[in-house]
Design a protein around this ligand. Sequence first.
Ligand code: TMO
Length: 313
Amino acid sequence: MQRSFIQLASLLAFFSICQISLANENIKIITNNWTSQIVLSHITGKIFTTLGQPVEYVKISTSDQWGALARGTADVQIEVWEGTMSDQFTRLVSDRSITNAGTHTATTREEWWYPSYVEEICPGLPDWQALKSCAELFSLPDSQGSGVYFAGPWEKPDEAKVRALNMNFEVRVLNSGDELWVELNRAYKNKTPIVLFNWTPNWVESRFDGRFVEFPLYQPACESDPKWGVNPEFLYDCGNPKDGWLKKATSTHFSDENSCAFKTLKNISFNNQQISEISALVDVDNQSYQAAASTWFEQNKPLWLSWIPQECQ
Ligand code: TMO
């Protein structure tokens, strides 16, 4: 009798330890390499912390994040952009390897972009055919006469786009948003021609006047059917979507283990103005990512409280 009581008691103790360790396991939030994503991740972390959920941040590239989410070594991605990430996101969600945690209000665009003064040097912009005939204007001393396009590390195959549209451009891939802005600032100061990857919502639109290049309108078939579009032999003879979505993703076990955090995440929704203001706190006002997250968090308490379901408050 006594023995079985001890057994039962130790069994109960064992289960409660398991539960505690389950509940106390840190939520692993992915951080990438552009500003709004990093700040939004920290804001999300602060919201989870108010639910009593400890968090940690996992710095990882967008290309490696899919495996990490699928394996559960990362739990939360707060910014999945249609223009650069829809293929993997859609495939992994339909495989049930990751979970779709809903859509932000913001609409997005990710595309080749230039500052407005470039239009005076290359008339006909923003049409891509004008850019094609002006390619040499964008050459650099070490580009053998080809134009240079500064790309980020996130994009769809831009080499393929250049080839399919038969443009005389070299694609230079940089490692982060910050490296793109170094090139933009340098060119802007001297008013030299530049074309680089950019996106909206972003802080750039609050500081620099500029436009996206208009490539042939995106349709999904452009990326699956070579016969589609101006080049019947190649894929990618089109631009990115002009009003893309912005979604959130989690590992598949996240919703079971952290139901309040998951429900809250589903409600989290940023709009274009909020995202560009948040990125400007860092890239214009020079706050740290953490400080920008704290600033926003302090100033928007009613909003983020409204994202937490009643039963979790
Ligand atoms: C994924 N990004 C917003 C940098 O294009």
